[in-house]
Design a protein around this ligand. Structure first.
Ligand SMILES: C[S@@+](CC[C@H](N)C(=O)[O-])C[C@H]1O[C@@H](n2cnc3c(N)ncnc32)[C@H](O)[C@@H]1O
Length: 383
């Protein structure tokens, strides 16, 4: 198989996490930039990366990168790329675009030029004058940043956060990719108890259970590149069979997810069932102050309300104070909280071990990390 370059796109703050995941899949020569992680691979990486990456938004084929300050330059350099190696004669290739701090700022013109250049290239290769575009889809993006053009084809289609298990969500659900990142950043392991006392639709608990059982997050969905001639069906089949075999059945995962809202718990239970992890999560309708555990060295990972709406501020501040009191009883546990409230640490009443800036959708948030003490070796082995 020929070498290709793939880009795993990442939300601000999650690039290093995506890099770790790419590395774990066995790929090297990884470059990290704002919002994207580029790596050298082969076609087999397209199924593998799409099925397995938990924290990336999409996987793109990098077709080329060059400078362009005029439309002529954009046209000629786009036309020089080997589009026929990916797009068959009946392929559909819509072009989207974005332009930041670049001479060519009109996105619609850039899109039209790129489309025209690809059509010209394919016309020469297939010796036809017209394309039906009735076949598989190849979503192309032209992205300009400071006059550097990156041309990509999206292999994912629908964003990777759509795992397929969350048809319904409650208010302010976390993106699955962010919830997975929260669990991975915490270094929670499946032999430790995990509690989410503000579980809403259950996203954190479900993503943790999938990590614990080693379920590939993309196993239950399809991807736009599944119909591409360049990525043979056999590669997809092989990757799916391997992912099925990789699921751990013999785990004793104990995750407790609760919420004060009964409707939220009903949805969360349905989602956990859809994700095939209902066997490791115990759900309850209860106020967060009622969480209990006789286990030591567990994890609390949560996404409480932020009080963004008018009138909710006072209520949320009282809640954060109460969280400080309730969670302090879990004195051997590690606690991880994501919120946009800038006074969280003061209200919670404890200094963080570490804080990480992230984005929850468009909301700037901090991920507050309070590390618990290390357990004795005889409990969990070497950590
Ligand atoms: C931001 S949402 C959590 C969203 C969740 N992470 C998801 O992905 O769907 C906050 C949740 O906290 C719950 N909540 C608010 N106050 C609570 C309290 N005192 N005890 C328990 N749950 C509470 C709300 O019902 C809401 O579902």
């Amino acid at each position: 198989m020929e070498k290709i370059q793939l880009i795993a796109t990442a939300t601000f703050g999650l690039e290093e996490m995506v890099k770790l995941e790419v590395k774990k899949l066995g790929y090297e020569e990884i470059t990290v930039e704002n919002g994207r992680v580029t790596f050298n691979a082969d076609e087999g990486a397209i199924p593998k990366a799409n099925l397995w990456l938990r924290t990336a938004d999409r996987v793109l084929v990098k077709m080329g990168e060059f400078e362009a300050r005029t439309f002529d330059e954009l046209f000629e350099k786009t036309k020089a790329l080997p589009w026929e190696q990916w797009i068959p004669e009946n392929g559909k290739f819509p072009v989207t675009g974005k332009s930041v701090k670049s001479t060519l700022f009109s996105v619609s013109d850039c899109q039209a030029i790129v489309k025209k250049a690809i059509v010209e290239r394919l016309k020469q290769n297939y010796e036809v004058e017209w394309f039906s575009e009735e076949g598989p889809e190849f979503p192309i993006e032209v992205a300009l940043l400071k006059d550097v053009v990156t041309l990509t084809i999206d292999t994912s289609g629908v964003g990777l956060h759509k795992r397929g298990y969350r048809e319904k969500a409650n208010e302010a659900p976390l993106k699955e990719t962010l919830a997975a990142a929260m669990v991975l950043i915490s270094r929670w392991r499946e032999d430790r108890v995990l509690i989410d006392p503000f579980c809403g639709s259950g996203t954190i608990a479900i993503e943790a259970a999938m990590i614990g059982k080693n379920i590939a997050p993309g196993l239950e969905r399809s991807f736009v590149s599944e119909g591409w001639p360049r990525v043979p069906e056999a590669l997809w089949k092989e990757a799916r069979v391997e992912a099925l075999k990789a699921i751990r059945q013999d785990t004793d995962i104990q995750i407790y997810a609760s919420d004060a809202d009964p409707k939220a718990i009903k949805t969360a239970e349905e989602n956990a069932y859809q994700a095939n992890v209902d066997d490791c999560i115990t759900f309850a309708v209860q106020d967060m102050a009622r969480i209990r555990s006789d286990k030591k060295y567990g994890y609390i990972i949560c996404n409480p309300p932020y009080g963004e709406r008018l009138g909710e501020q006072k209520e949320v501040e009282d809640l954060y104070k109460r969280m400080g009191q309730v969670f302090s009883k879990f004195d051997t546990w590690s606690v991880y909280v994501i919120t946009s409230h800038e006074e969280f640490e003061r209200l919670y009443g404890k200094k963080t071990s570490k804080k990480r800036k992230l984005f929850n959708g468009r909301i700037k948030v901090d991920y507050y990390q309070f590390f618990g003490p290390k357990p004795p070796k005889e409990l969990f082995g070497n950590l």
